[in-house]
Design a protein around this ligand. Structure first.
Ligand SMILES: Nc1ncnc2c1ncn2[C@@H]1O[C@H](COP(=O)(O)OP(=O)(O)OP(=O)(O)O)[C@@H](O)[C@H]1O
Length: 357
């Protein structure tokens, strides 16, 4: 599935999509990730055919589809609200679309059983939908959407109505369904953890644009925009100047005069940048440790598996969070108010150009 240079503006002037292009592979679990209002749902609705693009083209298997009505596209959608018929049985809900297509009765019966087995609801065929839990209803909605074997399944925040535990279970379940059926899934979420754990690739969106497309690991480890570094996982930013840049890496100078080394990135000496680091990639050492950034622990947040130390660096260099795992039987080495050094390995540093516009 491919979208080329899609623009969508609404009456009144809101531009929901600003020249968006994506190419989604067959059998891929592809996620559109971004904050509320970035245009994810609009893009999904254009692919489904519920909206028309203002400009641009959409292709499926090389054929233009943007002029086709939704029911002529081999694409189904699962909504957050399930959109099931509450007074019908599970079986009737799944059979409904197949009947509309004129598929023979015996074949419909076979498919309903097959779909219920697929979503692990075998035996629930005669149950009324309104007598089922939220998680079960979501499985019925999935079974219904998969029953007519679409080429692409669109999923618009399908798990957001479920509680955390059920959501985690359904994340694994959805991934399994996608692998078993071989159908291309296009999944919309604003939950970055959900995107990282389920997707083959993620497109990160902001304000109607796609900022970066890549595998979860590439998005997390090598964000190409400050927004992406900030939105996915946790990042802290320090203002810095590029001192030297070469084949061996980049040397940065913080506001305090302290020096930090980072991996190779294309910068000119003198450039003003934001250095970003992730809490779990840093560590704490004794205050006089050479090469560390000296500072004071302002706060510490215990969360069971680990503890996050909020460190204010000396001489106005900024603030960093450092996360350390809590080892069994090992007491905290640091307390609030302690003087420490933050160790910043070069591989943990990524810098973004500061734009002054
Ligand atoms: N029918 C419409 N008329 C006017 N503006 C709209 C319409 N639908 C969406 N918009 C605007 O387009 C932008 C993108 O909306 P969209 O629903 O695609 O965002 P989203 O990323 O899916 O957000 P959310 O996660 O909150 O659903 C928003 O600014 C929204 O206000």
């Amino acid at each position: 599935m491919e979208a080329r240079q899609i623009v969508k503006s609404f009456p009144g002037g809101a531009v929901a999509l600003d020249h968006v292009s994506i190419a989604i592979e067959r059998n891929e679990f592809f996620t559109l990730l971004g904050p509320s209002g970035c245009g994810k749902t609009t893009l999904l609705r254009l692919i489904a055919g519920f909206e028309q693009p203002t400009a641009g083209e959409i292709f499926l298997d090389g054929q233009r589809i943007e002029h086709l009505p939704p029911f002529r596209r081999p694409i189904n959608t699962v909504f957050q609200s399930y959109a099931l018929f509450p007074h019908m049985t599970v079986g009737q809900n799944i059979a409904f679309g197949l009947e509309m297509q004129g598929i023979p009765r015996a074949e419909i019966g076979r498919r309903v059983t097959e779909m219920l087995d697929l979503v692990k609801l075998g035996g629930f065929e005669g149950r009324k939908v309104d007598q089922m839990s939220g998680g079960q209803q979501q499985r019925v909605a999935l079974a219904r959407a998969l029953a007519n074997r679409p080429k692409v399944l669109l999923l618009d925040e399908p798990l957001s109505a479920l509680d955390l535990k059920l959501r985690k279970e359904m994340q694994i379940e959805l991934k399994r369904l996608q692998t078993e059926t071989g159908i291309t899934f296009v999944f919309v979420t604003h939950d970055q953890e959900e995107a990282l754990t389920m997707s083959d690739r993620i497109a990160v969106m902001s304000a109607g644009r796609i900022l970066q497309v890549g595998a979860p690991r590439a998005i997390y480890e090598t964000p190409e925009h400050r927004f992406v570094a900030d939105f996915i996982g946790e990042s802290d930013f320090l203002p810095a100047l590029v001192e030297a840049a070469g084949a061996g890496g980049v040397a940065y100078r913080l506001a305090s005069g302290a020096r930090v080394e980072g991996p190779v990135q294309e910068f000119n000496p003198g450039a003003s940048v934001s250095l970003s680091t992730r809490p779990e990639r840093l560590s704490l050492a004794a205050a006089d440790m050479p090469g560390g950034l000296a500072g004071t622990i302002e706060a510490l947040v215990y969360s069971g598996t680990d503890t996050t130390f909020h460190v204010t660096l000396d001489d106005g260099a900024g603030r960093l969070r450092v996360r350390e795992q809590n080892m069994a039987g090992r007491p905290f080495a640091h307390a609030r108010g302690d003087r420490v050094a933050v160790l910043v390995p070069a591989a943990a540093v990524r810098a973004f150009r500061d734009f002054k516009d």
